[in-house]
Design a protein around this ligand. Structure first.
Ligand code: GLC
Length: 457
């Protein structure tokens, strides 16, 4: 079965390759069809391209990845203004497409959120771009690309953007709702874990990728130095304030509030009354996870898969924390993997909470799509994190579970229901990152040494 499924997924990847002026520059989000669930699935998304890129690198087709990195960079510099305000230099689009003009000439059109549903500018794109640049450089040994002045300048702009002064006290990055893989309103504004994990990954690898101009240090200013300090502060902050296990839950349950001064324990003034009932009964003894979001008086107790998995991959969580996250997967397999790896968020928001936090979004009804749906595109990240932590068995189990249905179901984008038994009600088909996720998981399981490609591993 495995060979047939892999052949089918490889065909999807081949047919998804997008060309610009005769050069392959990316992959479509989904194969063309008259019934695409969203118009922009015919574009190349930066985040969706990451698993495609890894597969291409493993296959020795690094030119596509190089073309992609160059193309996205030109898009970044060519489009700046949206509705009267300037998009910060460094921001990268969520997606782009190739359009043919009347005179037959091709042009690239990027989407910085001005066409996307909900009009949200992505924050994760620029981070994935740097992470992919690191992966490409490591994989090919080509240091010419990263050394080019425009690549160096772009990294500098991204660093400036992420490190610049704001009203914030916390080292975590403040972002709007819907600015990453979850690109619809889902109550994740603030300091969502997924962005913190990506940000940490970037801060870590930037030290090798970016060469600071000498004049900076002469002027007593060093972006790299600031990045280093922020990296350490973010690491400590996430490991302490985002972490939840039974011990922590007991502490929070008995927290004193309204503490003033420097030696308070409950520094963020989390009210024990905000602990949801589900978490008390759900969290097993040997497990733990990083919560979804943390800020003043707020702890979002939901479990977000990608943020937790990336924190394992990038060593943002301690080894002990990573083990406990994987224990959670093992103990709560039906909730977090079920019939189709991987549940994007647990649990789903229902009732009034769903109404208020999603704006009554019918695509994100409870246990569907981003509100508790199951996303095969996350499989490769789970497989990589499990192998990295020495849990080959659960990596294999998740992979085999995915193989059972994906080809037969025509490579859906997502699944619905508590344990992901139903094909997503509005799911798109022949979704490319669903397919590449399977190919990549297969490679990682066959040859765990490939994990070295990933940052910080
Ligand atoms: C959806 C997903 C987003 C993905 C895009 C293309 O909008 O939420 O994460 O990048 O589809 O697959």
């Amino acid at each position: 079965m495995s060979t047939e499924v892999l052949d089918s997924s490889r065909k999807i990847l081949e047919h998804s390759i997008m060309y610009y002026q005769g050069r392959p520059v990316g992959t479509l989000a989904a194969l063309p069809s008259s019934k695409l669930a969203a118009e922009n699935y015919a574009e190349c998304f930066i985040r969706d391209f990451v698993p495609s890129a890894l597969v291409f690198l493993i296959q020795g087709r690094s030119n596509i990845v190089k073309n992609f990195l160059e193309t996205v960079l030109t898009l970044k510099t060519s489009e700046r203004v949206i509705a009267g305000h300037e998009i910060q230099p460094g921001v990268m689009p969520a997606s782009f497409r190739v359009e043919v003009e009347k005179n037959g000439r091709e042009k690239l059109v990027a989407d910085f959120g001005e066409r996307a549903i909900g009009r949200v500018a992505p924050v994760d794109s620029m981070m994935w771009w740097i992470i992919l640049l690191d992966i490409y450089t490591k994989s090919t040994g080509d240091i010419e690309l990263v050394s080019r002045p425009e690549f160096q300048r772009t990294m500098e702009q991204i660093l400036h953007l992420c490190l610049k002064d704001s009203f914030e006290v916390s080292p975590a990055l403040l972002v709007p709702d819907a600015c990453s893989m979850i690109d619809r309103r889902m109550g994740i504004y603030g300091h969502p874990l997924e962005i913190q994990s990506l940000f940490y990954g970037v801060l870590k690898i930037i030290q090798n990728l970016y060469k600071e101009p000498k004049e900076y240090s002469k002027n007593n200013f060093s972006l790299l130095h600031t990045a280093k300090i922020r990296e350490q502060a973010l690491l400590n902050y996430v490991r302490i304030f985002y972490w939840l296990d039974l011990k922590r839950l007991n502490e929070i349950h008995r927290y004193r509030t309204e503490e003033f001064g420097l030696d308070s324990t409950n520094v963020l003034n989390i009210h024990p009354e905000s602990i949801p009932n589900w978490v008390v009964n759900w969290l097993p003894h040997n497990s733990g996870y990083l919560v979804g979001n943390v800020s003043a008086g707020r702890m979002d107790f939901r479990f977000f898969a990608l943020g937790n998995i990336l924190s394992i991959l990038f060593n943002l969580s301690t080894d002990e924390q990573s083990d406990k996250i994987l224990n959670l997967y093992e103990s709560k397999w039906n909730d977090l993997i079920g019939d189709m790896p991987v549940k994007i968020i647990y649990p789903a928001m229902e009732g009034l909470e769903w109404e208020i936090r999603t704006g009554s979004d019918p695509k994100n009804v409870p246990w569907s799509y981003q509100n508790g749906g199951n996303w095969p595109a996350l499989l490769w990240t789970f497989v990589a994190a499990a192998i990295k932590s020495g849990r080959q068995d659960i990596a294999e189990h998740a992979y085999q579970t995915a193989l059972k249905r994906l080809m037969e179901d025509n490579w859906p984008e997502y699944y619905d229901g508590h344990s992901g038994r139903l094909i997503g009600r509005r799911s798109n088909f022949r979704q490319v990152w669903t397919a590449t996720s399977v190919i990549l998981s297969h490679h990682f399981l066959e040859d765990p040494a490939l994990l070295k490609l990933l940052p910080n591993s």
